[in-house]
Design a protein around this ligand. Structure first.
Ligand code: NAP
Length: 310
């Protein structure tokens, strides 16, 4: 089957594109390799998406987005795309399970968390080192937690983690946060949250479980090893040091800047009939609301392209 629109990625950008395309009666396929929703699915609280109800969570918002897109007739499948060929009029998207063909493609692949990149990190992921407060926060009930990073994600998730933890320490490489002022204020007011400035984690240690870590002061170069409080016996590290766009598949085919896809205001890439939407493209604000907006624009432009070219 030749789909009108193939959407790669089922986060807010992809689901919004799916909603708009399907509502325009275009045959629409959304392909997602993991769980629906992308990064927002692992976000505890979503309070800045317009119309979010009080205590809206990432998963509840995503569930409503999926229901709405499918309700208008979009089809959603699970597959991991391993190769694409955008050279012909019909775009070919090859998955691990199947090959798909579309008149247009919307790349809504989002971004993934950046790792610290220090010794021990990979071995201890899921064993005391985590990238998802919503998933793993409850394991640290009553224990101490360290959060690395100073952006919106680090500070928001530190606030969330303070609901479980006895104490949360934000480790940041500078002496001022990058996070929005409103988020910073909440953290500064939170009696459970402390800060370790000008510092980075340089090694995490443990046999099977996180047992200690080394933190370095980037100004003095001084290093110290941090162990759990004896009474606690265990602690956790949550890493929020930014994101990497999921665009490797499109290298040498789609124009990019530092790995982010370049589009115009209509979400068009340098390849006609191929659009990008969401956190994977060059833009100034990466939010659910801007991802959803990108998806809507891409779908409307895809419809125009189909009308003119098929
Ligand atoms: P971010 O804004 O890029 O912040 C990354 C943080 O990690 C920065 O504080 C950065 O330090 C630090 N960092 C980066 N590389 C590091 C390294 N190698 N070692 C130590 N520290 C390092 O990323 P984010 O917080 O994940 O946010 C991503 C995007 O999503 C942003 O546009 C953000 O606004 C948005 N977001 C919004 C919300 C919200 O509005 N509620 C929530 C979450 C995310 P420096 O500050 O020194 O660069």
């Amino acid at each position: 089957m030749l789909y009108d629109v193939i959407i790669i990625g089922g986060g807010p950008a992809g689901l919004s594109a799916g909603l708009y395309a399907a509502r325009s009666r275009l045959s629409t396929l959304i392909i997602e390799k993991e769980a629906d929703g992308g990064q927002i699915a692992t976000t505890a609280e979503v309070e800045n998406y317009p119309g979010s109800v009080l205590n809206a969570t990432g998963p509840t918002l995503v569930a409503r987005m999926v229901e709405q897109a499918l309700g208008f007739g979009a089809k959603k499948i699970s597959d991991e795309i391993i190769e694409v060929d955008f050279s012909g009029k019909e775009k070919i998207v090859k998955g691990k399970n199947k090959e798909y063909k579309g008149k247009t493609v919307i790349i809504a692949t989002g971004a993934v968390p950046r790792l610290i990149g220090c010794p021990g990190e990979k071995e201890l992921t899921g064993r005391g080192v985590s990238y998802c407060a919503t998933c793993d926060g409850p394991f640290f009930e009553g224990l101490e937690i360290f959060v690395m990073g100073g952006g919106d994600s680090a500070v928001e998730e530190a606030i969330y983690l303070s609901k479980f933890a006895r104490k949360v320490t934000i480790i940041h490489r500078r002496d001022e946060l990058r996070a929005a002022k409103s988020i910073q204020e909440k953290a500064f007011e939170n009696p459970k949250i402390d800060f370790m400035w000008d510092s980075v984690i340089t090694e995490v240690k443990g046999e099977g479980m996180l047992e200690s870590f080394i933190v370095k002061n980037v100004k003095t170069e001084e290093e110290k090893e941090i162990f759990p409080d004896e009474e606690d016996g265990a602690f956790g590290i949550f890493v929020y040091v930014g994101h990497i766009p999921s665009t490797k598949l499109f290298e040498n085919m789609i124009d990019m800047e530092r790995g982010y896809i370049i589009t115009n205001d209509d979400m068009e890439t340098n390849v006609s009939g191929v659009y990008a939407a969401g956190d994977n493209r060059v833009k100034s604000l990466r939010q659910v609301v801007t991802a959803a907006a990108d998806g809507a624009i891409a779908a409307v432009q895809a419809e125009k392209y189909i009308d003119e070219n098929f």
